[in-house]
Design a protein around this ligand. Sequence first.
Ligand code: HEM
Length: 483
Amino acid sequence: MEMMSSLMWIIVYMTTLVFSIIFLRAKTKCMISKTSCQLPQGTLGWPFLGETIDFISCAYSDRPESFMDRRRRMYGKVFKSHIFGTPTIVSTDAEVSRFVLQSDAKAFVPFYPKSLTELMGKSSILLINGSLQRKIHGLIGSFFKSPHLKHQITRDMQSYVQQAMDKWRDDQPIFIQDETKTIAFQVLVKALISLNPGEEMEVLKKQFQEFISGLMSLPVKAKKRMFKIVHKIIQSRRNSSTSSMAPRDVVDVLLKDASELLTDDLIAGNMIDMMIPGEDSVPVLMTLAIKYLSDCPAALHQLTEENLKLKRLKAQNGEALIWSDYLSLSFTQSVITETLRMGNIIIGVMRKAMKDMEIKGYLIPKGWCFFAYFRSVHLDENHYDWPYQFNPWRWQYSTNSNMGTDPRVQEKDIISSYNFTPFGGGQRLCPGLDLARLEASIFLHHFVTNFSPTNDRRWIYKCNGIRVARGLTEQIDCELDNV
Ligand code: HEM
């Protein structure tokens, strides 16, 4: 009996499957006939599963981009596939991706896997569109760019880095990613809600880890607990009379907004949701920079010299380092830029088409996912000479949008902002961009000026499973070992 019922379910399942494929193909055909442009080449793979298994197994391999590269060779720079549980147009064409990122919410809205959207609030900056998104994005972006915040972050981060390094012992390995995770979380929470390291910060960190690692299980409770902590902070801020002072964190910035749109619940929810893009990305940037530098002694040497020079100068003048000192280090900035290019911390971004769209002759049907895959662009030999080689010097004569006319420039192309989008672009350009670069600069400075190949601690890195080609969620354990 039980067997009969399972058999019946299988039949129902298979029938639905076949009908849905026929429906999808018919819909695609009819859309093509309505417009002059073509649905990009490619395949939707297996029913329901699409090409997800192949995509994920490549993502965990040494060459995550092999999934895209194979299809790019077969079908061209823009192709159709079926990943993330939905039919998808993948773009490895910088121009097409740029067009989509620049589009407004009438054409494209953010697309995140269901497991993630269920955790975000309805008013999360990651999900909302239109004027409210532009308002919150604008307020946060200009706050993160402000010299006032940069000054404060520099002071705080210097002390967090110092405290962390003081605890490092010769007889135990240092896990760079763990260390940078702690530091970056402290910086992030300070910038968002002005919470200092301590007991409450530890509770928040623990809850956030549960929240983020439990994306597939039961993170709702963890979010509720975090919400309570943040909500309490917001309420006490409302009750205190600090409105005439300069905003010290993102909560202050949003509370100061005169419109009634930004309720306490919306602000609290957004503080938590903003930890999602901010929490992991910066530590990965720092860890990868250390990894690439340890593989490239010439770059490490030049970076160390540049940072030691600044340190000596400041010591001579009896001055403390300020944020603009860090950002003035041109080779250090090139190292960070090159790490962003090669590391592809965010491999790409996703959108959902709100109507049939035609871009460069390609049809992106309404309701389909669009995946702007940055990784293929950042590793394209047509844009970057020897793309898999860590070469910070390629940025030395460049301001990103223009390589200039220096005869030493070897790059095939001018590196344009089209071809370099680690922080995305358009209306959703990462508002944490300046903060991320500043944090990485401060960390690198303290790391290379305190540890060197000639000291007791040698520059030997044991990288357990570290893959320069980053996949979806792989673990990076970079161990600085004392040999
Ligand atoms: C190396 C570090 C980082 C990288 C590579 C990075 C990358 C990105 C990218 C590619 C996007 C665009 C997403 C899209 O278009 O759908 C984005 C958005 C965003 N990032 Fe970052 N990010 C970094 C650090 C940070 C930090 C430190 C924060 C601080 C809170 C932050 C906050 C955000 C927010 C709130 C958004 C959403 C903006 C919106 O949709 O309006 N990010 N980030």
